[in-house]
Write a protein that binds this ligand. Structure first.
Ligand code: HEC
Length: 156
């Protein structure tokens, strides 16, 4: 918690605001918004690959390579600052679905992110070389997403 607060304070620009509670709250809101945005971009790009894999959309090598590359980039970015301590669903019910266990069992969540990165790198290498490659690699990505959600995301 101490570390989390220090991080939050270093990120806050409005130094003149005297109410620390307000600072922490606003900063958590932005952090939560940022990490949900990363997740939305995962879903958006994976959705395009999924539609091709299922035959709901025509395979397009360039579009497939782009979506796969986007997922690879997202999975290898360091967005740790968007997960400050204290921004969990126990502390902030209704604002976030990130379970407190993501922090208390750390680095387990980071390991699960690494599994996603591994699967995303494999997909990005071949997604532009044929539909069969998208189909062969998409399961590993979906499983990596689910493995983390099953453990560290509230179901609702
Ligand atoms: C390392 C853990 C982890 C991995 C890997 C992961 N997620 Fe998430 N995801 C979470 C957590 C935790 C939340 C809840 C975030 C919150 O509410 O603050 C979440 C939330 C989401 C949401 C809801 C976002 C919102 O607006 O509330 C979507 C959609 C999502 N993830 C999609 C994905 C997809 C698709 C993948 C794989 C490409 C993925 N996630 C990989 C942990 C993960």
């Amino acid at each position: 918690m101490k570390h989390g607060l220090k991080l939050i304070c270093s990120l806050v620009f409005a130094v003149s605001v005297s109410n620390t509670q307000t600072i922490a709250q606003d900063s958590f809101d932005n952090a939560i918004k940022a990490r949900k945005s990363v997740m939305a971009l995962y879903a958006w790009n994976l959705g395009q690959l999924g539609a091709m894999a299922k035959g709901e959309a025509d395979y397009n090598a360039e579009a497939a390579a782009t979506a796969a590359e986007n997922i690879r980039i997202l999975a290898t970015m360091n967005n740790g600052a968007a997960w400050p301590q204290g921004s969990d669903s126990t502390a902030l019910p209704g604002k976030t679905r990130a379970k407190v266990e993501a922090w208390t069992t750390y680095p387990e969540s980071a390991e699960l992110n690494k599994s996603l990165a591994t699967a995303a790198i494999a997909m990005a290498e071949v997604a532009g070389n044929g539909l069969e490659n998208v189909q062969a690699n998409i399961g590993a990505i979906g499983s990596a997403c689910s493995a983390c959600h099953d453990k560290f995301r509230e179901s609702q």
